[in-house]
Design a protein around this ligand. Sequence first.
Ligand code: NAP
Length: 412
Amino acid sequence: MSDCREAPPKFRIGLLGHGTVGAAFAALVAEHAGRIRRITGLEPELCGVLTRSSGDFQAILAEADLIVELIGGIEPAKGYVLEAMRAGRHVVTANKQLLSQHGDELFAAAGEAQVQLRFEGAVAGVVPVVRVLQESLAGARIDRVHGIVNGTTNFILSEMARQRITFDQALAEAQRLGYAEADPSDDVDGRDAAAKMAILARLAFGAPVHLDQVRYEGIRQITPDDMEYARELGLGLKLLGTAERIGDALSVRVHPAFLYPGHPLASVGGPFNAVTVESQAITEITMSGPGAGGPQTATAVLGDVVSAMIPPASPPEEMVTLPILQDVVSAFYLHLEVADEPGVLALVAQVLAAHGVSVKSVVQRGMSEQATLVMVTHAVLESRFEAATAEISRLEPLRAPPRFIRVIEEEF
Ligand SMILES: NC(=O)c1ccc[n+]([C@@H]2O[C@H](COP(=O)([O-])OP(=O)(O)OC[C@H]3O[C@@H](n4cnc5c(N)ncnc54)[C@H](OP(=O)(O)O)[C@@H]3O)[C@@H](O)[C@H]2O)c1
């Protein structure tokens, strides 16, 4: 007896890139084909795979209903994505470099061609922050997004705090465990997190934020000493991304920051990622989970593919241009090596006060000739604090340049 049920129509996926994420994606499509068929009524099928050494883009494009771009970098990924969208194909990508540097061109092309451009895997791996910002919170006016969006640096800082080891030791450990690449610069210098924050800011505020507009600092300069004092002051150190509305402008930045234990991101350790979204309407939502890894990121990519298989697409949001501020208010941790002599604290306090910087807490330790003075300030405009530290660096009792790290002040 033959089965008289009709086979469901095919949905053909063209896969560009078959590396860590691409190979995991191909395996997931095969593994979950039945489930996807039940959800969408369509039979997913890989119609071609492009790598450096095999496959032909034009042939794949001609066959495909949707293109998944998992090559990474700018070219040739950008050319392929644009060509696919102009040919009327939906595109799913996990490419944060591409979106943070060429988002305007890509979203415009998607809008013109009336196709979907989905990118959940580009920010925080499988943590569904893109979907939440784009869809679930479409009705909320978002005030601020805080993110731990780089698992490598979060692992390094967690290990520095846990094992009381140096940055270089923790980096070596991260490389041994596969959490850091052989050249870790993009991660440890903050550029990877900056790209992700540019994407989150675009989603949260509907504004075209470019990677070049995101100020970023990394974690190479963090010492075990900083961790030790943080412990004493009850603070935890994170590489924190912030995108926030300040009046009619925006600030998007990435830098190390101390968090009080009650902060929703303070307990996020190891290679995990987490994002907190704040809005008056919803108070605060925090999402956390694995921020990278082949199968994890491929899960986010497949989720996007399934969404694209189910019409209708949400129309692209209209963009507004808002000024991007570079000088914002922050509290600071200030670390000073000074001569151990009377009156130094008063001298430093005098300079801080002259620049409008007020001190919240102080730890002072003497070591024969030299003393360490660690302070946490109240929130102050960064330019004022920088002017104060520039003046402090010229004080006669200073034995080393002042070091500082921002502190996130809010109590949750
Ligand atoms: N790995 C993660 O945990 C992770 C997490 C989040 C997002 N992502 C993003 O996912 C994307 C893919 O990352 P990945 O880690 O899977 O990269 P990967 O392991 O380096 O794989 C890249 C793939 O692209 C292919 N490729 C490179 N240049 C090409 C070219 N010119 N033409 C055609 N194919 C080319 C490579 O071909 P060969 O096989 O011939 O070398 C390889 O199959 C990137 O945008 C990355 O930022 C990755």
